[in-house]
Ligand binder design. Sequence first.
Ligand code: AMP
Length: 114
Amino acid sequence: MAQDCLFCRIAAHEIDADVIHERESVLAFRDINPQASVHVLVIPKEHIASASELTGEHGRLLAEMFGVMASIARDESLSGGHRIVTNIGPDAGQSVEHLHFHLLGGRALGWPPG
Ligand code: AMP
């Protein structure tokens, strides 16, 4: 756990979040400032600063995270489609330096993103 990392503290249940799915290594919770009717954040419990830090050793973890996201999309009835995105660094607007995938759905999503 990284000191002063918001998502590490949510993963440790030190800070409340609207958790919808939890596993030993992965947590999913609703975004506090939703950009669509479904906006869920999926994080690894271990501290990884961003997708740029991923290596081959994270393959199993990533597969689990994508499995969790597919399961959430089914549970949230996103049969018409959804988007999974991760921001890396300031130019992309990353505001929390702990890897997280945004799962967005429930409305038409424009492309290209802003
Ligand atoms: P990013 O800007 O890609 O780093 O995404 C960070 C996301 O975390 C934003 O969409 C925020 O709304 C969300 N967020 C920040 N604090 C919380 C919190 N305490 N609980 C849930 N979501 C949060």
